[in-house]
Design a protein around this ligand. Structure first.
Ligand code: SF4
Length: 454
């Protein structure tokens, strides 16, 4: 081999899997491997898979098949890798299979099949590591695994119990990211609010300063770094109340992604969810009193085994009362190995679809109403890209990348990508806001990134 050994990388799955990919890519660059943009240019390909629902399993198996056909030397990692022999049964020629969050095992497999170069160029690696997101935002994973046992989910089987990262390590990574130009940190874990529980909230150190391994201390410290800090996958435990004043003070983005899944007490019990709808509603109302600009996002499952029309109507009533800003709704689909598969009362597919459509129609009206209230307001936005019509595609505190809506700014092509701007909202629909420019903030030129529109 007369060139640096090069690895191709296919990254599938959720933001947690994306962070795993970034860690592996960072290690590869640190050891002097090149990253190949195409199959033929790669000496070996790593496929990071998703195994959450059947469609994701099929997509992952297809991606492995394609990499084998186009390149032939394939290492598989990620959630599908943790599902027994699924990968090897269909693709027996893969070189190695690991589960998720297995950077060391993946690197060991790469070393076996593609020896590392002798003289690693450590200075080729940017201090923030290799990122798959645009330069101005980054996901920051603070823990891996989950202590809950929701009956529809196999993530604890795939990723194990909660393991929190040391608070100092998380903050050092965040500092490096911000120093490298990241303007927005997206905090993720399977259950972000449980951060530190496994370590008994022990005291760690950041720049010599003692800090508890707890979400409130971590979030407050992250809020000092000068970037937007957005929290995902936060369960409405009592201590989450402590975050709301930090949001009201502008130290964290006033945004919470709280996956509630249902509102019927019976269904939540069958799901083994750690919450109930009345508490959630009381808590949401209190949060909004403290921080009126709070944006709430949640996801729900309809058609869970045993869900009756009455259960479903309780969910609709909850949505009417809670007036969440952003809602995702999935129809229940049995995942191999999930405890819920054994529950009685499967809901027919057509009923699931019909309930999903009713929920989304109701929510579209609620979202549109809430977005309309923003017309006339001045908002700070972060510019992600430009479109062909000369507009800037940006996001406000209410919009997480790729999932929520955007703010489209007329004649915004002059606004640099990756910088903040102040805009006035002039119109709204169910999903997006439309704005005119007031002023641009920031002094660094950005890089134009193509943004995928839903
Ligand atoms: S909280 Fe429930 S749904 Fe979320 S990862 Fe844990 S077990 Fe799965």
């Amino acid at each position: 081999m007369n060139h640096e050994p090069r690895v191709g990388f296919v990254s599938l799955g959720c933001p947690k899997a994306l962070v795993d990919s970034e860690q592996i890519l960072t290690r590869l660059r640190a050891e002097g491997y090149g990253i190949a943009p195409t199959y033929p240019e790669a000496d070996l390909v790593v496929v990071n898979t998703c195994g959450f629902i059947d469609a994701a399993v099929a997509e992952s198996l297809d991606a492995i098949g394609e990499a084998l056909a186009e390149n032939g030397k394939v290492i598989v990692t990620g959630c599908l890798g943790a599902k027994g022999n699924v990968v090897r049964d269909l693709h027996p020629t893969v070189l190695a299979v690991t589960g998720p969050h297995a950077c060391e095992e993946v690197m060991a497999a790469i070393h076996t099949h593609l020896p590392r170069p002798h003289d690693p160029f450590l200075d080729l690696v940017p201090p923030q590591g290799v990122k798959l997101t645009p330069r101005h935002y980054a996901y920051l994973k603070i823990a891996e695994g989950c202590n809950h046992r929701c009956t529809f989910c196999i993530i604890p089987q795939l990723r194990g119990d909660l393991v929190s990262r040391p608070v100092g390590e998380v903050l050092r990574e965040a500092e490096n990211l911000v120093r490298a130009g990241v303007r927005e940190l997206l905090i993720v874990a399977q259950d972000t609010s449980a951060y530190g529980l496994d370590l008994r909230y022990r005291t760690g150190f950041w720049n010599g300063r003692p800090l508890k391994t707890h979400l409130t201390s971590l979030a407050a410290a992250l809020g000092e770094l000068g970037a937007w800090v957005r929290l995902h996958y936060v369960y409405p435990y009592p201590h989450v109340d402590e975050l709301i004043p930090l949001m009201a003070e502008g130290r964290l983005l006033p945004y919470l992604d709280v996956p509630l899944q249902h509102a019927s007490r019976r269904i939540l019990k069958a799901m083994k969810r750690p919450a109930n709808a009345d508490d959630a509603l009381t808590r949401i109302r209190r949060w909004r009193e403290i921080c009126p600009e709070l944006t709430l996002r949640s996801t729900f499952i309809v058609g869970f085994p045993g869900e009756t029309e009455t259960d479903f109507e309780q969910l609709l009533e909850f949505l009417e009362a809670a007036e969440l800003d952003r809602v995702g709704c999935f129809t229940y689909s049995p995942v191999e190995g999930a405890a819920a598969n054994a529950l009685p009362g499967p809901v027919p597919d057509e009923v699931k679809q019909e309930r999903q459509a009713r929920l989304m129609t109701l929510q579209a009206g609620i979202s549109a109403r809430r977005l309309r209230r923003k017309i006339g307001q001045t908002l700070k936005v972060l510019v992600d890209a430009h479109d062909e019509e000369g507009r800037a595609i940006a996001r406000s505190s209410a919009d997480t990348p790729e999932i929520d809506g955007v703010v489209l700014i007329e004649e915004g092509a002059v606004l640099p990508v990756g910088e903040f701007a102040e805009v006035r909202i002039v119109d709204a629909d169910e999903h997006d806001l439309y704005a005119e420019m007031i002023a641009a903030k920031g002094d660094q030129p950005g890089i134009v990134h193509k943004r995928r529109r839903r």
